[in-house]
Design a protein. Structure first.
Length: 362
């Protein structure tokens, strides 16, 4: 089986950490807890690191088994497929939220017009193709563009210092507001869960777990830096700006003879958005094939396309509805998928004495 390296796994972790956190999330959290939202992010990231540790432990004890086989062996076929189905729904809405945020950004700041059909015919075939050709080829692409994405983010953060910024005002929100912000931002997290779905196609040699953790740490530092500089730049008007990374360049888009600099943010956000959509769609399709084992990955992508068009264009229809859903209803799904199930996976990561004896006999 074609597998991906620890470095490629770390890059996937890095990309998913940035998903749905560097555009609209800072303004959403600011409405409840002001600049103290930084502390909310720290708390949620701490929990995410624990989830990553659960994955690494599960991978260490079951290095070559699929996620479905681990669950079936421990819990039985029905419960295993039920858990996979929960992940299927989780990644479906993850994909929809990522697309929605990216679409509105491009619509407002690039095209300045309605281009929904154009976005669909451009994005969906690309992410479908990436999913069908497989995780290994996709990961190689991520590896090629990783440093360009890092340079783009660092550039945006650096240019922000050429504008007026001041220290954000902290410790002004009550604890209840912090919990309210955490609840609204809950569905923007849980991105490490893709690793559980890809577990049998990931190769992590002895001592390489630190490499994955390092990529995760870099992603967290970038997100926290974006939040801090964004709140330092806009202060009380932060809730009005829905494209945090891009808005860091506002008032500095013309820089001497160089010309417009916001093109860097646009290219960085478009690249990140495309890669994140590919990751979440691949996770969705893998879950679909696990639940419906007689169908192939091509059928899974076709089912996704139909579900996406029906749910997003017919039932949700508007960006505001998607954001409202992600901050009010979908956190319940996130509680189950991102917190309760990882606790179960941690319990499953311990081998029974009989399993240890069987391995020793072989």
């Amino acid at each position: 089986m074609k597998t991906i390296s620890a470095r490629q796994t770390g890059i996937i972790v890095f990309l998913t950490i940035l998903a749905n956190k560097i555009l609209v999330l800072p303004s959403i959290l600011y409405k409840n807890s002001k600049a103290d939202s930084i502390f909310v992010m720290l708390a949620l990231f701490f929990i995410e690191f624990l989830i990553l540790l659960v994955f690494l432990k599960l991978k260490k004890n079951y290095p070559n088994q699929t996620f479905l086989s681990i669950l079936q062996k421990k819990l039985g076929k029905i419960i295993a497929k039920t858990i996979i189905f929960v992940f299927l729904v989780f990644f479906l809405f993850k994909t929809m939220l990522t697309y929605s945020v990216l679409f509105v950004y491009l619509k407002d700041l690039v095209y300045q017009d309605e281009f929904g059909f154009l976005a669909l015919i451009c994005l969906i075939p690309v992410i479908n193709h990436a999913t069908i050709i497989g995780l290994r080829s996709m990961s190689r692409t991520f590896e090629m563009f990783y440093y360009l994405v890092v340079v783009g983010i660092v550039f945006c953060l650096a240019i922000a210092f050429f504008t007026d910024i001041s220290t954000p005002i902290l410790f002004v929100s009550p604890v209840s507001s912090l919990f309210a912000s955490a609840w609204q931002g809950l569905f923007a997290f849980g991105d490490y869960l893709v690793l559980f779905i890809f577990i049998d196609r990931i190769t992590i040699k002895k001592g390489e777990a630190k490499k994955v953790m390092l990529f995760a740490l870099v992603g967290v530092i970038f997100v926290l830096a974006i939040f801090t500089i964004f709140y330092s730049k806009y202060q009380l008007t932060s809730f009005m700006h829905n494209n945090a990374l891009a808005d860091l360049l506002v008032f500095s888009v013309q820089f001497n003879a160089i010309g417009r600099l916001d093109i860097i943010a646009m290219l960085t956000i478009m690249t990140l958005g495309l890669f994140q959509l590919e990751i979440f769609l691949t996770a969705f399709c893998d879950c679909f094939v696990m639940v419906f084992s007689k169908l192939s990955i091509k059928y899974a992508t076709a089912v996704f396309d139909i579900l996406f068009l029906v749910i997003y264009l017919v039932l949700i229809a508007k960006y505001e509805v998607m954001i409202s859903l992600a901050t009010s209803i979908l956190p319940y799904l996130a509680i189950v998928a991102s917190y309760l199930l990882p606790i179960l996976f941690y319990a499953l990561s311990f081998k029974h004495k009989r399993e240890v004896k069987d391995e020793e006999n072989h």
